[in-house]
Ligand binder design. Structure first.
Ligand code: PHE
Length: 414
């Protein structure tokens, strides 16, 4: 018995030591300690032994069981450690590698500039107003004192909608569509937002104004794609009922029949309007100066107001911003040269009246400015058409992070 036990112990401990894997360990455990196991079998024999024999053999069998249990545990732990070491060696993860990029969109420079404008003007107490892009002739032209003979009313400057069946009667085409007699025309006026003027066409070139037809009233309801944001002046004034001060900006899309590197058929403007009592040209100048300094983030912005004609202003002025030449590049600030950035003026009496205010009591100033042009000047882009091409590479380069929210304290340019 003694030698049997010693032999069994040596065999078991040897096998355990040599076990190459967790499965072998488990097999050995069952073999020794399982229900039919060798040690279990020996323990069962204790019951049939004489007390003396049991006293002698019992502790040895128990000792064997303990030794085998312990050896199994130790070998199992060692094998698990080896397995872990092997995994650690093979499954390396280099935390210093750059993570896969997440594709994120970016904020279009036009949207960014609109946000910047809203931020700057909010600080001056201006609310943001809006109006429809499909506008009627009255709001876009008539209420703004734009005469029937003005070139901006011509078909080749403005996209008109075909009359709706309701207004048209039985004849004519059946669906609204855009009409313009000539797209892509060269127009000599430099930037957008500087007036309906300078069509460059001779009067003989213009069609007879349809507004002069006997169906005058019907013509007043003629629909078009607004050619500027100025109709929002009228809508905002009407909305107050004509008896409250008003301070708004109205950024949005505008449309003219034009297309080249600095003109696209759709472009963006921001309108500004202040109506109050005792408003003067001084308020206009201060507001524009404050706005342009904040926008270009420079204190040395110099403005030049040039007398100009907009039917809806009296007097009217075009505003130039001074620039300096730095390494042959134009940089806003100083006064080596001048760039036109916007149209402005005191609101014409008849426009104040069309807005429902008494022009003897209320005065105001207004300005209109091309947003795309502002963006180009500030962020150094040179082809306006790229703004609307939807080229993802251009947007990646010129776009803004969605988290770059413009703030006055943080710098509106973000
Ligand atoms: N509406 C004018 C334009 O489109 C700009 C402007 C607005 C001028 C307000 C004066 C006052 O060019």
């Amino acid at each position: 018995m003694t030698t049997d036990l010693d032999q069994l112990r040596a065999d078991l401990l040897g096998s355990i030591d040599a076990a190459a894997g967790l499965e072998a360990i488990e097999a050995l455990r069952v073999h020794a300690l399982g229900k039919q196991g060798a040690i279990t079998g020996l323990l069962k024999t204790l019951g049939g032994m004489s007390p003396e024999e049991r006293q002698e053999t019992g502790p040895r069998i128990h000792g064997l069981r303990e030794a085998v249990t312990e050896a199994l545990g130790a070998r199992k732990a060692a094998l698990e450690r080896l397995a872990m070491d092997a995994r650690l060696a093979s499954e390396t993860l280099d935390m210093t590698l750059p993570a896969d990029g997440i594709t994120t969109g970016s904020v279009h420079p036009v949207s960014q500039v609109m946000d910047e404008l809203a931020e700057i003007f909010a600080d001056l107490g201006f609310a943001v107003a809006s109006g429809p892009e499909i506008e009627d002739d009255w709001h876009n032209f008539t209420a703004l004192n734009i005469p029937d003979t003005h070139p901006a009313r011509a078909m080749h400057d403005t996209f008109y909608m075909s009359p709706s069946p309701r207004l048209r009667g039985a004849s004519g085409e059946d669906s609204p569509r855009l009409s313009s007699d000539r797209a892509g025309r060269d127009r000599p006026d430099a930037g957008r937002g500087e007036g309906q003027s300078a069509s460059g066409d001779s009067l003989a070139d213009m069609p007879l104004s349809p507004a002069l037809s006997p169906e005058g009233e019907r013509e007043q309801k003629k629909m078009l794609l607004r050619t500027h944001t100025s109709p929002v002046q009228i809508r905002a004034m009407k909305a107050t009922g004509g008896n409250a001060p008003l301070r708004i900006i109205a950024p949005g899309r505008t449309y003219r029949s034009d297309s080249d590197a600095t003109h696209t058929p759709m472009f963006h403007q921001v309108e500004g309007l202040v109506i109050d009592k005792g408003i003067t040209l001084g308020h206009l100048k201060w507001t524009l100066e404050t706005f342009l300094k904040a926008f270009f983030e420079r204190d040395d912005v110099v403005l030049r107001l040039r007398p100009s004609y907009f039917p809806f202003t009296e007097p009217g002025a075009e505003v130039d911003v001074g620039y300096s030449l730095v390494n042959g590049k134009r940089v806003i600030g100083g006064s080596e040269g001048w760039m036109e950035v916007l149209g402005s003026g005191m609101v014409h009496r008849s426009v104040i009246a069309a807005g429902g205010y008494d022009p003897d009591q209320w005065q105001g100033f207004a300005f209109g400015c091309g947003i795309d042009r502002l963006a180009m000047l500030k962020y150094g882009m040179d082809d306006l058409r790229a703004f609307f091409d939807g080229d993802i590479r251009w947007l990646k380069h010129y776009g803004f992070s969605a988290l770059d929210v413009p703030t006055l304290s943080g710098g509106v340019g973000a």
